[in-house]
Design a protein. Structure first.
Length: 100
């Protein structure tokens, strides 16, 4: 298992749709990644340049492959990942304002 600090640009025209999808609980039910993705997106932060950042647990190669195909690519662009130790990503971004 690997952990990543994820950074991406949210398509603001789809922000409300993403929030609705998260609130519906459908993302959380996706297997095998739904619970982790739901929690991460619910707790995502926004950096000083407007990029959305979060830590994500993942098992895929390439990183976040399933998550991107099912959810992320529909709402985000410019997605990048950086390897981190568990919890290290959240520590780096904890001071930033929350996305929601």
């Amino acid at each position: 298992m690997a952990y990543y600090l994820v950074k991406a640009q949210l398509d603001e025209t789809k922000r409300a749709d993403l929030r609705k999808w998260l609130d519906s609980g459908e993302i959380e039910k996706m297997r095998p990644f739904g619970e982790a993705l739901q929690w991460s997106l619910d707790h995502a932060r926004v950096d000083s340049e407007g990029w959305v950042v979060w830590e994500e647990e993942d098992y895929c190669t390439p990183p976040l492959d399933q998550e991107r195909k099912a959810v992320l690519d529909a709402y985000f662009t410019g997605l990048t990942v950086q390897n981190v130790k568990r919890g290290e990503g959240w520590q780096q971004i904890d001071h930033l304002p929350r996305l929601w």
